[in-house]
Write a protein that binds this ligand. Sequence first.
Ligand code: NAD
Ligand code: UD1
Length: 336
Amino acid sequence: MILLTGGAGYIGSHMLFELLTANYEVVVLDNLCNSNMTAINRVQQMTGKACHFVEGDIRDAGCLTDLFNQYAIDAVLHFAGLKSVGESVAQPLRYFDNNITGSLVLLKAMQSAQVKRIVFSSSATVYGDPAELPITESTPTSMPTNPYGYTKLAVEQMMMQLVDSDPSWSVAALRYFNPVGAHSSGQIGEDPKGIPNNLLPYIAQVAVGRLQQLSVFGADYNTPDGTGVRDYIHVVDLVKGHLAALTYITANLGYHIWNLGTGEGYSVLDMVRAFEKANNIDIPYKLEPRRAGDIAACYADPNKAIAELNWQAELGLEQMMADTWHWQRTNPHGYS
Ligand code: NAD
Ligand code: UD1
């Protein structure tokens, strides 16, 4: 049985789909602070399979003790966390408590229950402004420029030291590049609260008429067209990488880090054009000054995951754009 924390969220709900499809038994733990039970219900309908659901908080030690007593958990896929960079700057203590304390309480409950296998949702943000491109797993991490990023680095370092002290743990830290897209059914997808901060949800809401035009943050970077370059990875590829990582750490103890990216960098204007072309829709935009804290370019060297996990992203830009639009068009107001 797999414990999936944050399984009602954007990436977690796609993970739940893959797990149920692969016949895993799953218990989801989520406090629904940034998600909707509809996502879970839809995944169960899509797969024709049921999961267990516990509405609760990863910081609630009593809840976790009960959960580990009730279910025979073999491994934890840990997605639960707050993820807004801007919000973390405004409310750092809330982010430290939710993401760092929450992970610590979870790890302690795992240790008590003798469950020592965990896959953690980390982020390429731990590399800061990288000195070299593409980014490999041995590219040095640096002090993140915002509290959200700090929580990812802190949890990684906590788990690394835990494995040093007790080598019977097996831990995977998966450093996501930029997850986008949605399941091809259009049934589940990203449903940000308020005005989206991230590029693709913003473009999708312009396309559906909820927002007027895209602001392109910075056209004077040292990149081919001057706009920021990122490594966008389809969420379905991303969650498949977790299954591969879970298989790997089941056979290999220790602390493992993998980049989950495609290895391709695309600029903001590449993304606008790709969305327009795939969906035959104009996306009005205007060039604006740089956004504080942004870097020029960030893309992965995915070769470690290819070699060790036998996993590679397969879905290209066109699929990312078509699936984003299918989800947004059929759910113009998300799950609400
Ligand atoms: P999301 O907000 O859609 O999902 C997170 C889920 O965790 C939500 O369902 C939320 O209700 C739940 N949650 C939050 N705090 C909780 C708590 N204390 N107890 C129980 N449940 C809690 O976010 P997502 O995009 O699906 O991201 C999943 C994970 O991946 C997060 O850890 C995030 O930091 C990480 N990540 C995301 C991205 C991205 O671009 N989306 C990039 C890198 C890393
Ligand atoms: C951001 C976070 C990162 C987090 C990731 C996924 C920062 C510094 N980093 O990454 O920690 O893991 O989101 O949640 O915030 N852009 C526009 N207009 C927009 C939105 C974005 O031009 O309205 C540009 C950005 O300047 C950037 C690119 O699009 O060049 C991607 O931005 P975004 O989707 O926010 O992701 P990141 O900034 O890479």
